[in-house]
Write a protein of this length. Structure first.
Length: 500
């Protein structure tokens, strides 16, 4: 009965006209971003964050969420038609999706991606609705020590599951934690790492870091690459798969949805890892493994289902515990903070319209995406003809306007440009910026709970191991560290991200 009451609140919020428009705008923008290779949801959400200041909190989060899971949809279109993944999570879709298009089955591949994405999105939303309440009730048992240990697990998990060097990932997290310390220490009133700049007394603005590290560096990195795009010219005669296609893709959709729903909850895993796991499983269980790489419909349906299920369940730890599992979720957490919404388990009780309205809007958004993706394929393909040298400078100007409009400070613009240079250097040095963002967002909360736990225990450090929940979480963090440095796991991580 309680669930039905919550659902009624969500429906009332999500079905209001302005929230429907925000959901539609987010889905449309997300699809557009997914179609255009090189500009992902991370950069787009960072770019649009300043413009959500004037929006109501519920509408802003609904629109940003629509961009996130909408990009997971849109990336499959160019992956199938043009052999260019619009999103990293669609890299696996290229393998069999484009081969199907070359054989004249582009319609069936697009339909498999859309149907699988819609079903997986519904599964992810259902899991979010079912598990959010009990997880929130459990989270109310947490004190400062437990929250510190939980955040430690999130940061260590991000290192374990991130691609590339473990040492580089740790370095990026530490750098992010240091950035989070900039400003006036609330407890002592002493300025830290401000280097004499009064503009840094209140800390580095979240939007400045996000836009610089992700949007600016992404644009510069994309501009230096040569364009290899060719529009899809063959006519798509039908979008409906045959009975044999449906028979083969149905179990793949079910398996992909299950894998994605689980992987999405893991800290640092991301959509691309869910896609890879789903593709690997389909290739192993298939009776026709030789078809993979030559146009197997399971190779499209499974990964696309996985990345969309993961896009929904990634919200579970973010909304219920206030712990972002990925850089994109860190941006969503930042959006909540700039709208004066305190992340954590109290969101469900203090802002039930936001919590349940966002969940219901995700299901509505998934329905909108099916309508947007299939009939408008021709328009998305035409967008691929816009030269990047024209598109990206316009986006760069849009980013600068957004950063400046937050506090009307030219200092913020120079800071964003500086972080853009840093982000570009990180890309060249093969250092992932996502752990940096997680460290930057979680750093102040990590410090606050650490100090609060020590104050309550009169400076006794054993409080972190004498409280059962905190001890279990710390043991999980230690286990993740051990597993991440094992030679067998390091080899497996290298294989996973090389094949991506």
């Amino acid at each position: 009965m309680e669930f039905l009451d919550h659902l009624a609140i969500g429906l009332e919020t999500a079905l209001s006209l302005h929230n429907l428009l925000y959901a539609f705008a987010g889905c449309l923008l997300g699809t557009l971003i997914g179609v255009l290779p090189g500009l992902g949801p991370l950069a787009t959400i960072a770019m649009l964050l300043p413009f959500t200041y004037g929006l109501p909190p519920v509408g802003a989060l609904i629109m940003l969420a629509g961009i996130y899971y909408g990009a997971a949809y849109g990336g499959s279109t160019t992956a199938i038609l043009v052999n260019l993944p619009g999103e990293t999570s669609s890299v696996v879709t290229v393998i069999d999706g484009h081969q199907m298009a070359r054989k004249g089955k582009a319609g069936a591949a697009l339909a498999a991606a859309a149907i699988g994405s819609f079903f997986a999105g519904c599964v992810g939303v259902l899991m979010l609705a079912l598990f959010a309440a009990p997880l929130t009730r459990f989270a109310f048992k947490f004190g400062p020590a437990e929250y510190f240990s939980l955040m430690a697990v999130g940061l260590v998990g991000a290192v374990s599951l991130a691609s590339g060097s473990v040492v580089k990932s740790i370095g990026m997290i530490v750098f992010g934690l240091l950035l989070g310390l900039v400003g006036i220490d609330v407890a002592s009133g002493v300025t830290r790492f401000t280097f004499g700049f009064p503009e840094l007394w209140e800390g580095i603005d979240f939007i400045v870091v996000a836009v610089g590290i992700f949007a600016f560096s992404e644009i510069v990195g994309s501009l230096e690459q040569r364009e290899h795009r060719k529009a899809y010219t063959s006519e798509i005669t039908t979008l409906w798969p045959t009975r044999e296609d449906i028979r083969r893709m149905t179990p793949a959709i079910l398996r992909g949805s299950s894998i994605g729903a689980f992987v999405g909850i893991l800290p640092g895993a991301g959509l691309s890892l869910a896609s890879f796991f789903a593709y690997s499983l389909e290739r192993k269980v298939s009776r026709r493994p030789d078809e993979f790489g030559h146009g197997a419909i399971e190779g499209v349906a499974g990964p696309e289902s996985a990345n969309n299920a993961a896009a929904q369940t990634a919200f579970i730890p973010t909304l219920t515990l206030g712990i972002p599992g990925s850089a994109t979720m860190a941006l969503m957490l930042g959006a909540m903070i700039i709208h004066n919404i305190q992340p954590g388990p109290q969101v469900m009780t203090s802002n039930p319209d936001l919590f349940w309205g966002l969940i219901v809007s995700m299901w509505i958004g998934n329905l909108m995406l099916v309508i947007l993706n299939l009939p408008l394929i021709g328009i998305w393909v035409q967008l691929l003809k816009v030269p990047y040298r024209v598109l990206y400078p316009a986006i760069l100007m849009f980013c600068c306007i957004g950063v400046y409009s937050v506090s009307y400070s030219t200092f913020d613009l120079f800071m964003a440009a500086g972080f853009g240079v840093l982000g570009y250097l990180f890309h060249k040095l093969a250092c992932e910026p996502a752990p940096l963002m997680l460290g930057f967002v979680l750093g102040p909360m990590l410090e606050e709970n650490f100090r609060r736990a020590l104050v309550l225990s009169d400076g006794d450090f054993s409080v972190f191991v004498t409280r059962p929940i905190s001890l279990v979480l710390l043991l999980i963090a230690v286990a993740l560290v051990v597993f991440s440095v094992l030679p067998s796991l390091k080899k497996q991580r290298a294989v996973v991200f090389t094949e991506e």
